[in-house]
Write a protein that binds this ligand. Structure first.
Ligand SMILES: Nc1ncnc2c1ncn2[C@@H]1O[C@H](COP(=O)(O)OP(=O)(O)OP(=O)(O)O)[C@@H](O)[C@H]1O
Ligand SMILES: [Mg+2]
Length: 458
């Protein structure tokens, strides 16, 4: 896998792995508190017992409270290898009666009740249990408190946790392994599909088999099939175009050879001149054809040169291209004019390609329009700017209005020697600019008007 490339498998494993680890951490936290709860429960019970036993050593003598326990009993009570145990007995009237004076107070307790809390003595944390009694006839109340450091509790909690950790980690490892297997199995249809496509040679554009694919992968495979179909159509169209182009090129070249041969063998200067004129026409046709083919190739979306879309003023374009056509218009004795607004009409586009587009439209209008007729280049401003060429010639039959845009198509009986690519070029360039070409009779109902309608002004 290259750097920066995303892997579905790694992504899924990361997500699921993270989720598992988070779950396990939460579980460990819950286990810790459970362990702590039970450790406290067990040792609290023992502390409460001790407090109650000590409370029984409180006696009343001559209306005074006394606390007396044999030393040995106290030693047994306080004997503990791990924790320190402290006690304190005090009464309201007589104050401190015995034990560890530093043991903190337990707070208010009801007579006969119990109080449990965490506190500290001599800087060490302890658990404190206290009870309060009111010996009869004394009018006094005695508090007996027992405190114990927390080492045993901490040890027990740690032991419970350690005992639980091993199975948890094993569980995590098993879960991760299962997730890995599951993800690999789940992704198998994708890797199979990739292998299927990889194994093809570039000429095989038959659809990918959908049967046996899971639903999600089938969507992807369906899209790939759609693409393959469009690709097949495009390749087919390209092949047809190349075949047509080869055929179209052969015709003037064959004529060229023929006329050259005729000129070489001509016996008198007149027939030589004639052959040379025919030769020149063939050369012009071949030159025109190669020029048109090149323009078409440039206008195609996957054309070799990159199209630079810049603001183009249609009025200036019409003036510049129109001027180039004046000699030809004079030859045809056509009334050639411009109908453009005062202001600039700007669209985003490639100036050179738009020039080719306009040239082809003017060429057609002069070529197929009425000799001595009128040809007008028209620019219209507005939300959808227009570039149009109108003539007052014979117009185009409605049933031909679609087909004339096909490559190499010329309606039967078309005059002159065009190669049938001009309008295909116009269409391609318009499409490149997101514009639409419309053909209609001229404004007065005669002739034809080719308009290129841009979707937005720049
Ligand atoms: N303004 C027009 N008036 C009448 N017919 C037209 C007009 N423009 C085009 N046509 C018809 O449409 C056909 C196709 O035009 P197109 O420009 O695509 O090819 P062409 O002019 O024959 O060849 P070229 O590639 O040299 O331009 C023409 O042969 C012509 O019959
Ligand atoms: Mg043409």
């Amino acid at each position: 896998m290259r750097a920066g490339e995303r892997s579905l498998r790694v992504g899924l494993l990361l997500w699921l792995g993270t989720a598992l680890v988070v779950l396990l951490a939460l579980d460990a936290l819950a286990s810790y508190f459970t362990a702590l709860h039970f450790a406290n429960h067990v040792y609290d019970a023992w502390l409460i017992d001790s407090t109650r036993s000590l409370a029984q050593a409180v006696r009343v003598e001559h209306d005074r409270v006394k606390f007396q326990v044999p030393e040995v009993a106290l030693d047994i009570f306080q004997f503990d290898e791990i924790d320190h145990t402290y006690f304190k007995v005090s009464s309201v009237r007589q104050g401190f009666l015995g034990g560890e004076p530093a043991l903190p107070d337990s707070g208010p307790i009801a007579i006969g009740g119990l109080a449990l809390r965490f506190t500290s003595v001599h800087g060490a944390p302890i658990r404190l249990v206290a009870t309060r009694l009111a010996p009869a006839g004394t009018g006094d109340s005695v508090t007996v408190a027992v405190g114990e450091t927390l080492r045993k509790r901490a040890t027990l909690t740690r032991e419970i946790l350690l005992a639980m950790a091993a199975p948890q980690i094993t569980l995590l490892a098993i879960a991760l392994a299962l997730v890995y297997l599951g993800v690999s199995r789940g992704l198998k249809p994708l890797t199979d599909l990739a292998a299927q496509i990889e194994a093809r040679d570039q000429n095989n554009l038959t659809p990918v088999a959908l049967s046996g694919l899971p639903r999600e992968t089938r969507v992807l495979a369906g899209r790939i099939n759609g693409l393959l179909e469009r690709l097949g159509e495009a390749i087919h169209a390209q092949q047809r175009f190349v075949a047509d182009a080869a055929h179209q090129l052969r015709t003037p070249l064959a004529a060229l050879l023929l006329h050259a041969e005729r000129a070489r063998r001509a016996e008198d200067p007149r027939s030589e001149q004639e052959a040379l004129r025919a030769l020149q026409r063939s050369v012009e046709r071949a030159a025109r054809l190669s020029q048109q083919l090149l323009t078409l190739a440039r206008a195609e979306p996957q054309g070799s040169s990159v199209v630079a879309m810049k603001p183009v003023d249609l009025v200036a374009l019409a003036r510049r291209v129109g001027e180039e056509w004046i000699p030809r218009a004079l030859e045809r004795e056509a009334d050639f004019g411009l109908a453009v607004p005062e202001e600039r009409v700007t669209v985003r586009g490639d100036e050179q390609l738009l020039g080719e587009l306009l040239s082809n439209l003017i060429d057609n209008a002069l070529r197929y329009g009425r000799p001595g007729g009128s040809v007008t280049v028209n620019v219209e401003s507005g939300e959808q700017p227009q570039l149009a060429v109108q003539d007052d010639g014979p117009g185009i039959a409605p049933e031909e209005r679609q087909r004339i845009f096909e490559r190499f198509y010329r309606p039967p009986g078309s005059p002159g020697e065009g190669c049938g690519l001009g309008l295909a070029i116009v269409d391609e360039i318009a499409r490149l600019h997101g514009a639409q070409v419309s053909v209609s009779p001229g404004n007065d109902g005669s002739g034809s008007r080719f308009a290129v309608i841009f979707r937005v002004a720049a």
